[in-house]
Design a protein around this ligand. Structure first.
Ligand code: F6R
Length: 259
């Protein structure tokens, strides 16, 4: 794991956008997209670079991490709608290149299994953007999720429904169930970019990065992945015990290595 502590959320967004741009410029790419507030700055940055003329997603595909169960694709808070509104609808992905889970599927288990197959058939995710929940979830893998899990239905914790209530009229309107890529699915992506900003994420980041690998903190499963970049602002890094070490080693890293 490489921990990169950056001064501001804007620096986190720019650094994540740089990594995604590099991947997309390398050739046909498969991007893993998160929703929620965390990646919004990164998406805005990528849209800006697209509009400025240089960056095209025409040869890229994208897979969403998760979806609420019971919200139709047209619902403004379905992740299908959110990602189109916040990112994919403002750049030049080919029609049908952005894949999501159908939270209205009659057979949710079959939907989850087919999603796994679609990810595999694409050749797998090259770079996966991840946010982190205050309870340590990634995707919607809540505490005690199997570290080997695959895409499946999960029940959200009260804490997560409370955290996401800001997108709905009230916490009671946040769906109870989701379909989410599993921790095992996420760990198959070739490069993971875990982003976190703000004091509210500091405890989860410390547990994920410096705590033991444990199902109690699902994001700690990322410690088992060979290529993870954790991009955090000063506030999200505030509970890390080894901040000086991370800053020192990142500062002296050969520039050609990139993230
Ligand atoms: C969303 C997702 C979640 C969020 C997490 C943080 O697709 O997978 O894991 O990344 O809940 O949410 P925000 O960014 O809104 O704090």
């Amino acid at each position: 794991m490489e921990i990169v502590i950056l001064p501001t959320p804007a620096d986190v967004a720019r650094t994540a956008a740089d990594a995604i741009e590099q991947q997309v410029r390398r050739g046909p790419s498969v991007l893993g997209l998160a929703t929620g507030s965390t990646p919004l700055g990164t998406y805005a940055e990528l849209i800006g670079r697209h509009r400025a003329g240089g960056l095209s997603f025409a040869n890229a595909q994208a897979f969403l991490l998760d979806e609420y169960v019971g919200l139709p694709a047209g619902h403004p808070q379905s992740y299908h709608s959110v990602i189109r509104e916040e990112f994919t609808g403002s750049v030049d992905f080919a029609p049908d290149a952005v894949h999501g889970l159908n939270g209205m599927a009659e057979d949710l288990e079959a939907e989850a299994a087919q999603y796994e197959e679609r990810i595999s058939a694409s050749g797998g995710v090259d770079i996966q953007i991840l946010g982190i929940g205050t309870d340590g979830h990634v995707g919607f893998n809540e505490p005690m999720s199997s570290l080997a899990s695959r895409t499946r239905i999960k029940t959200l914790t009260r804490q997560t429904r409370q955290d996401n209530a800001r997108f709905f009229e009230s916490a009671a309107d946040v769906p109870e169930h989701v379909l989410t890529q599993g921790l095992g699915t996420i760990r198959r992506a070739r490069h993971l970019l875990l982003l976190a900003m703000g004091e509210a994420k500091a405890e989860a980041i410390a547990a994920a990065v410096e705590g033991p690998v444990a199902a109690l903190c699902p994001a700690s499963a990322l410690q088992l992945h060979p290529h993870v970049s954790v991009l955090v602002d000063e506030a999200a890094a505030s509970r890390l015990a080894h901040r000086d070490y991370y800053t020192d080693t990142f500062g002296r890293k050969p520039a050609w290595q990139g993230l």
